[in-house]
Unconditional design. Structure first.
Ligand SMILES: CC(C)(COP(=O)(O)OP(=O)(O)OC[C@H]1O[C@@H](n2cnc3c(N)ncnc32)[C@H](O)[C@@H]1OP(=O)(O)O)[C@@H](O)C(=O)NCCC(=O)NCCS
Length: 167
């Protein structure tokens, strides 16, 4: 499994992977398949080219089978922190440490950039994802009730933080 940064040249593969994740796990993500499938390829290209975001992909041969992103904020008071977004590993590749390797690549870059704090949200009940984040040092600091609504069902979101100054 090769882990590397994604570039705009990966946009087609990244868009397909993302849409599969959104379609198969609607409760795991705040974005929805129905909205994202309407967006042209250019949106994925711009996302992968943006200075605000960085993405890593896990490749088995030429096939993209997992990805994760880091989203920075532009305002001065929050330059020290960033958000982990879009963690997804296809079911054929789960349980082999791919998610952990993607996070390690993201953490290495975050430390190299001097980021001090990473945040993320994980839907309550998504134990595989929560355990993965906890293994990497993330800790829960609050639960937001009714954070997302998928059809008639509301889901709470667990807000997690990793303090990079003490780990
Ligand atoms: C959550 C998700 C990213 C985990 O990805 P993954 O690649 O399976 O993660 P890992 O392989 O690093 O860890 C998963 C499990 O495999 C185990 N594992 C890791 N390497 C292993 C190995 N070499 N041999 C056996 N087991 C291994 C881990 O210990 C972990 O076990 P646990 O869940 O019982 O604690 C993936 O299941 C997924 O994409 N789910 C759907 C979308 C989603 O929920 N995204 C998160 C949004 S917040």
């Amino acid at each position: 499994m090769e882990i590397r940064s994604l570039t705009p040249a990966d946009a087609t593969a990244y868009r397909s992977l993302r849409l599969r994740g959104l379609r198969e796990h609607p409760e795991a993500f705040t974005s929805s398949y129905e909205e994202d499938v309407q967006q042209p390829l250019q949106v994925a290209e711009l996302r992968l080219a943006s200075q605000r975001t960085s993405f890593w992909g896990a490749f088995q041969g030429r096939e993209l089978c997992g990805a994760v992103g880091l989203e920075r904020e532009g305002r001065a008071k929050v330059l020290h922190r960033a958000k982990v977004i879009g963690m997804y590993v296809v079911p054929e590749a789960t349980g082999q440490g791919v998610g952990a390797q993607l996070l390690q690549a993201l953490l290495a870059r975050s430390r190299a950039e001097g980021l001090e704090s990473l945040v993320l949200t994980v839907t309550e009940g998504n134990e595989a994802a929560r355990r993965l984040y906890e293994r990497c040092g993330f800790r829960s600091f609050g639960i937001e009730p009714r954070a997302i609504k998928v059809g008639p069902a509301c889901y709470a979101k667990n807000h997690m933080v990793l303090d990079l100054t003490s780990s």
